[in-house]
Design a protein around this ligand. Structure first.
Ligand code: TRP
Ligand code: SF4
Length: 513
């Protein structure tokens, strides 16, 4: 499946689950489950923090995100941030890809360092396309991206196969992931080709590539099927770090659940004690937990650890864990931690720094001493478009989608023959109103044809639901707008040819087929 708002035809696999499979054919029926099961956050929560949000954000087409706040913050503060997305050149770009193109372009206009990449290695390894086919589609994707307004002077366009820095980074990231882990995430097994796996680490490198110069918030606009890639990329970003920063209460390590319990005990006891500095010891906290908390889950191990700590006083602190640092970098961090601190073999405890100060310091020392200092990359997720024929929009069913290369006449006809959310008869439609929420034609209005004009999109919706709008006229209007859009887009693609020729993107690979 592409990260492009549509679904590949697939093999009729899981349709009703919310399984997220980057190369599968599952549709996402229930977006709410994505929040609950996978921890994707609702975009509504960050929307108020986004300066003049894009219409796809305002209309809920972009429905979810992971960690978008730092990106919104950077945008607001005028600090550096980046955006990147990738396209597998397996066919012609179509209106689903346009969503992602627009998201990249919008972030670029908001000041992001923008990257558009062609996932040619993935197309070759995961889809078996020949390099000739890949070359042809590569040019076409780039022309549409440029035609829609991507600024190649400010931004970067590249192909995976010719980007040496991406491949080097992929190799390094590959030192932190193994085959069983990829197997668990992507259902790979012993038969999975090595190059297929290589295309996964290449995507991880794509996602972190904008941070090679310096760490910065980066947003990856994709469809929710790409979320497994995002989770892995966020993990790998952390595994590459020199130092981890956590909170602790004593010399020993605690799991997250245990830490919460110890925090509760500490706070309760410190509040009771006259002098909290000398007061709370490990065994007191163990005692408190035994009497105050029901004996379930992580409690037992927390109590055991506290008992072992005996008289050691509990004191909140932030801890720097040495994960991958060179000796030199670890020494430098010890030096750099100001105020009261305690140095252990594999970690440093600071009693004066806040968590965020500690994180900033750890990253600064890391980048000074040759580390990447990656921030976990963020993502935003858009809804998939419904096919014009109902059901999934599929790249391999031409009538179900509109290619950006479709003849404007054909685009017009496809819209005219689309299924709708209308009633059987005009009378019923006048009486009951149509169902715009179930209508692929309304989606065209909301996702594309209304552009930035919310008032127009709302009017179509309300007229439809109120029974004032009938499908014949509504489709005619949409079809004309679509034909107009295609015509203009294709003119701009022509103009973009010269621009593309002048760019440093290799349009003919000299690889063997
Ligand atoms: N895997 C993506 C797809 O299926 C393409 C891709 C490659 C990508 N690298 C990326 C997407 C980096 C986003 C970010 O189309
Ligand atoms: Fe869809 Fe338009 Fe018919 Fe409403 S009137 S159901 S939006 S085609």
């Amino acid at each position: 499946m592409a990260d492009d708002g549509t679904h590949e035809s697939g093999d009729g696999g899981a349709v009703n689950d919310v399984a997220l499979d980057p190369w599968g054919s599952s549709t996402v029926d229930d977006y709410r489950k994505l929040f609950e099961e996978f921890g994707i956050e609702s975009f509504d929560d960050v929307l108020p923090r986004v300066p003049s949000p894009h219409y796809l954000m305002r209309r809920g087409v972009i429905f979810g995100h992971r960690d978008y706040r730092p990106v919104a913050e950077a945008m607001l503060e005028g600090e550096p941030f980046a955006t990147l997305s990738g396209f597998m050149p397996t066919g012609d770009p179509h209106i689903g890809h346009k969503l992602v193109f627009d998201e990249l372009i919008w972030h670029q206009k908001q000041g992001a360092d923008a990257y558009g990449l062609i996932a040619d290695m993935e197309a070759h390894a995961a889809r078996g396309l020949s390099w000739d086919e890949i070359d042809e589609h590569t040019e076409s994707y780039l022309l549409s991206l440029l035609a829609l307004g991507f600024d190649p002077e400010e931004g970067t366009l590249y192909r995976q196969s010719t980007n040496r820095d991406v491949q080097d980074l992929a190799f390094e990231l590959g030192t932190k992931a193994n085959a069983s882990e990829l197997g668990a995430i992507y259902d790979f097994d012993g038969e999975t080709e090595v190059s297929y796996m290589q295309s996964v680490v290449t995507q991880m490198a794509d996602i972190l590539y904008p941070q090679l110069g310096e760490p910065k918030p980066t947003v990856i606009p994709v469809g929710p099927d790409q979320d497994p890639h995002m989770r892995l990329a966020r993990d790998l970003a952390g595994r590459m770090r020199y130092f981890g920063v956590t909170e602790a209460y004593a010399s020993f390590e605690l799991g997250d659940d245990e830490r919460e319990l110890v925090a509760d005990a500490y706070e309760a006891l410190a509040a009771e004690a006259d002098d909290p500095e000398s007061g709370v010891r490990c065994h007191d906290a163990a005692e408190w937990l035994r009497s105050e908390r029901p004996p379930v889950g992580p409690l037992e191990s927390a109590i055991e650890t506290l008992d072992a700590g005996g008289k050691e006083p509990l004191r909140p602190r932030v801890r720097f864990l040495n994960r991958n640092a060179t000796d030199e970098a670890f020494e430098a961090l010890i030096e750099a931690v100001e105020g009261e601190k305690r140095v252990y073999e594999g970690h440093i405890d600071s009693f004066e720094l806040s968590r965020s100060e500690a994180e900033e310091l750890a990253r600064a020392v890391e980048t000074d001493y040759g580390g990447y200092g990656f921030l976990p990359p963020s993502s935003i997720y858009h809804r998939f478009m419904t096919g014009l024929t109902g059901g999934k929009m599929s790249s391999s069913v031409p009538a179900s989608h509109i290619s950006l290369l479709d003849d404007p006449e054909d685009g017009y006809e496809k819209v005219k023959s689309a299924t709708t959310g209308g009633r059987e008869t005009a009378e019923k439609q006048r009486e009951l109103g149509g169902e715009p929420d179930e209508c692929p034609v309304y989606e065209l209005y909301a996702y594309l044809l209304s552009g930035d004009d919310d008032e127009f999109a709302t009017r179509v919706y309300e007229e439809c639901a109120g029974g004032e709008r009938l499908c014949g006229g509504c489709k005619e209007q949409a079809a004309e707008l679509m034909a107009g859009f295609l015509e203009e887009h294709q003119e701009k693609r022509e103009e973009a040819k010269e621009v593309l020729d002048g760019l440093d993107v290799d349009l003919e690979s000299d690889r063997r087929q």
